[in-house]
Design a protein around this ligand. Structure first.
Ligand SMILES: [Fe+2]
Length: 402
């Protein structure tokens, strides 16, 4: 058996097997706290530098009222800005992705920005008295890259710089050569579910449900699946495939076509691997390509599930076929998980729900809840404080623990 070189943190011998109380899945006031303390101040992945091959190429990323545009400048540099004209706040670009030729023109009144975000000029500039253009550039957003992937953070937060934070993933991402990957033909997917974002995470954060809920994955790698828990909200999961021909059509053909790339080390060849980052990002690799997926919370009971897919740059026909089959297995898995998320989320409003009773195999779920409670200790309370006291009670509890 090939084992991953990283050592994991062991699951404790005995632990409180409960998770977050049900009210945390539908409180609007808690959701507001999550916005500021879980999402906007933690690193979010928004794409890859190869999504922006040409000068003026851009992609956008909206989250909880903040709007980013990531653009490649005339100098070849990739930068992130608030997608917000300094005149009246309009979106300077509209859509998921596109290209600006030479300049960014705000669609509202025609203010013109250079591709590096500096203001070139307002329209009818004489209608403003003296205006210092240097003060009206698009506002930058903190941005860092990791093996080609672009991360940004809307507000300062508790996590380290991305290269330090993701250092435990460094060797594997280098082995997969993610700096060179290219977006696939339809690189972006998105769907909305009527659930709290944590119900999506709760399903994704454990492999205990795989044998029953995911016939495809179970057929592919159900005999050798492991979770590795690391510090700082990181985890790795590995499923090794190819030891049996496979019963299902897609798995059987995938097993036949998939070839380990020569440059992959033994612990990554013949495996599907998942690299998780708190609060809600997963990079999922097969030898044929990688996708990342994450949840964009839209409201306490509404979540956008979305991701981007990439392939190897020198893809053969056989590898492309294997990648399609992997995508097909993954699409089925995702549909199965979406149904489980809906059922999980519904339970949170039932009077019969007495909290979770978790298996050792669900330690990843519990760890995620612990990380959330460390940021927002009010989530430790079995009964919720009044909505209008949520922030104050959380602040008191933070003071008591700090
Ligand atoms: Fe699942």
């Amino acid at each position: 058996m090939t084992t991953h070189p990283l050592r994991s943190q062991p699951v404790p011998n005995s632990w409180d097997r409960r998770g977050l109380p049900g009210w945390t899945y539908h409180s609007p006031a808690l959701f507001d706290l999550e916005r500021d303390h879980v999402f906007l101040n933690h690193w979010q992945v928004v794409g890859h530098v190869n999504d922006l091959p040409e000068k003026g190429d851009w992609i956008t990323y909206d989250m909880l009222g903040e709007r980013a545009v990531v653009m490649r400048g005339a100098d070849g540099e990739v930068r992130a800005f608030h997608n917000l004209c300094r005149h009246r706040g309009a979106r300077v670009v509209d859509g998921d992705r596109g290209q600006c030729r030479g300049s960014i023109v705000c669609p509202f009144h025609g203010w013109v920005y250079n591709l590096d975000g500096t203001l070139r000029g307002a329209s009818q500039p004489t209608s403003f008295d003296s205006m210092d253009r240097a003060k009206f550039g698009l506002k930058p957003i903190e941005m860092q890259t990791f093996h080609g992937f672009i991360f940004l953070r809307f507000h300062p937060g508790p996590q380290a710089d991305i290269a330090d934070l993701l250092a435990p993933f460094d060797a594997d991402f280098a082995a997969y050569r993610t700096a060179d990957i290219l977006p696939v033909a339809t690189p972006y997917w998105s769907t909305e579910l009527p659930v709290n974002w944590k119900s999506v995470r709760d399903v994704d954060n454990e492999g205990y449900h795989v044998p029953l809920a995911h016939p495809g994955l179970q057929d592919l790698y159900g005999r050798d699946y492991r979770d590795i828990f690391l510090s700082d909200g990181l985890n790795i999961s590995i499923g090794r495939y190819g030891d049996t021909p496979g019963r299902l059509w897609s798995v059987r053909h995938y097993n036949r076509l998939s070839r380990a790339r020569d440059h992959l080390p033994p612990h990554l060849a013949g495996a599907w691997t998942y690299y998780g980052l708190f609060p809600q990002i997963v990079f999922a690799f097969t030898p044929e390509g990688v996708q990342y997926y994450h949840e964009i919370p839209l409201g306490p009971g509404l979540t956008r599930l979305t991701g981007r897919l990439y392939r190897n740059p020198d893809e053969s026909r056989q590898e492309r076929l294997a990648r399609y089959l992997a995508m097909r297995i993954d699409r089925d898995t995702s549909a199965e998980d979406q149904q489980l998320s809906i059922w999980s989320n519904e339970s949170m409003k039932s009077s019969a729900f007495d909290n979770f009773h978790l298996s050792d195999l669900e330690w990843g779920l519990r760890r995620h809840h612990d990380d959330l409670r460390a940021l927002l200790p009010v989530m430790k309370l079995d009964t919720p404080p009044p909505e209008d006291r949520m922030a104050a009670v959380n602040q008191e509890m933070l003071g008591a623990t700090g």
